[in-house]
Write a protein that binds this ligand. Sequence first.
Ligand SMILES: [Zn+2]
Length: 208
Amino acid sequence: MKYKYTGDRTTVYARPLARLIEQLQRLPGVGPKTAQRLALHILKRPEAEIEALAQALVEAKKQVGLCQVCFHLSAEPVCEICRSSNRDNGTFCVVADSRDVIALEKTREFKGKYHVLGGVISPIDGIGPEQLTIQALVRRVSKDQPKEVILAISPSVEGETTTLYIGQLLKPFTKVTRIAFGLPVGGDLEYADEVTLARALEGRRELD
Ligand SMILES: [Zn+2]
């Protein structure tokens, strides 16, 4: 027998389709089956719709950067939350990621300002305090002197390290609290429902 199936995708899919599947599979939570389903779906849609999708991808990537004050995702140099006069300047909420800002905003419970760290301290992954926006946070707190800084970081091992580290740094400047997690250890803020998150915020306590 001359032909032997090698498992090479290009023998199964037309080459451009294989490329599309390969790119889709790089997205988080997308395995080979989902990637194939999405790719075949995309091929069935009208060209204008797919062009709009492609354009949205490129434009979002080009236009959305980080707020220079709080490091939340923003299309402007300073984000809408930082610019808003309706927000309380006396309370800062420190989170690991922009996803957490979005989760907390959905609860509508928090009226202060945010600070996004860009991750948590994780020596194994080579992430030390200097890789995060911790220095900028300390500068911001010493300058703006908020009455309270709420640490809303997931209670994983890395999250705990980060919470304690930042707590020590900020205590000389202000009252530091942490949200009360009714979540399983390692649970991400973004997976908590809005009620749980609102309660966690409400039940915050001062850091020892
Ligand atoms: Zn901002």
